[in-house]
Structures are given as C-alpha cells and as structure tokens.
Design a protein around this ligand. Sequence first.
Ligand code: FE
Length: 240
Amino acid sequence: MKASRRDFLTTAATAAGAAATANLANAEDHQQSTGHDHHDHQVVPSDMALRVKSLESLLVEKGLVDRAALDALIDTYEHKVGPRNGAQVVARAWVDPGYKQRLLTDADKAIAELGYGGQQGEHMVVVENSSMVHNMVVCTLCSCYPWPVLGLPPVWYKSAPYRSRSVIDPRGVLREFGLQLSEDVEVRVWDSTAELRYLVLPERPFGTEGLTESALAALVTRDSMIGVAKVPPRREGGAA
Ligand code: FE
C-alpha cells in the first residue's frame, strides 16, 4: 500500500503538533459514501480532522508553516527516501557478515555507513529474523517509524486495529497479512517510540546464493522490514 500525502500530513501533525490536511475531510466523505448511490453533500468531518484543519489555517496564516516547504518535504519522503534504502541495508547485511554484526550492535552507525540517517531515523535498533524467531514492529502509541530507511509509514501501520491487535494477537495479524508461522516459531513484537525505532532484518530467502547485492536488495520488501511478511524467494527466470 502506497503512502499518500495525507498519511504524511497525519504523521507530521502527530510528530510536530503542526501540519494538516483538507483531504482528511474528503477522505471521510468518500468512506461514508462508499456503497451508496449518491454522494452525501455534506458530511461533518471528525473532531480531529476539524482540529487539524483549524491548526493548519492558523499556522499558515501566522506564517509559521509554509505550504511550499511542506510540499518539498513530502516530495522528499515520497520520492527520494523510502524502503529502497532499507533494502540496501538488508542486502548488505546478507552479503557482509561484518556489516551485519555492526548493524545488530549499533544500527545508527551501520546505517549511516550507507549514507542514510536523519529525522525520524535516530536511535535505530535492528532485530534479526531467523527460522526460529520472527520479529514484527508496531507503534502502539502513534506511528513511530524509521523514515530514512523505510520512507513514510503505510496507512495500516497507523491504524488503530494494527496498533492494538499486533500486541494482543500478533499471529492473527500476521495471518491476515498472509504469513502463517508455525507454532514453534517465537514471535517478538517491538513497540517503536520516538526514542527507539526498529527495523527488521528479514531472513535471506533460499535460492539466492548467487545473487549480487543489488539483486538481493531488489527482493527486499517494505513489509518484510516491518516484519509482517517474509522476503519472497527469487522468482523463476525473472529479474529480481
Ligand atoms: Fe509513534
């Protein structure tokens, strides 16, 4: 699922106590009209949407928030930063045991070796999946997420059901993502916060021994680094 501008704004509003979106109200209109033949002409937005909109108007009016700057920031995180960065980190760890060791012991430093870091990427911890341990990441409080290596969080990551149910019934949540783990695999759920953000180092799939680092990186998905999926095995005959 691709993060949208609205997601970013929601996150920004949470993180900075600023920013906002007019799309929130539109999205709610849309959701409420789904399944109906006619669009409601006026649906009152939620309290939160109204509060965010008021805040945005005020901040723009007072010159504290520049819409153009906000757009530039969104563009950066949508197009220049994203899960491909994290995939590079994972692929390097798969091919270079020394790097993997550094990544697991001092993630910030190891990730910075590849040139990634910055806002929302401080204080990273990388947790390694194996045949016996499966790690998954959630932010139960809001939507803390390692932006420099994963980009913007997907909508479901910020949803109340994911945030609450990942802790209560992680195996059930993973099943809904299509990941069925056998009972002997230990599931560890990590709660990201502003102080600590987690990245899952997924298992390297079988049959990828001959692949180059960049081909390996192309296999790594965002969801595998959040821990709600495994990295799919190499596709037959296809480029990775
Ligand atoms: Fe959070």
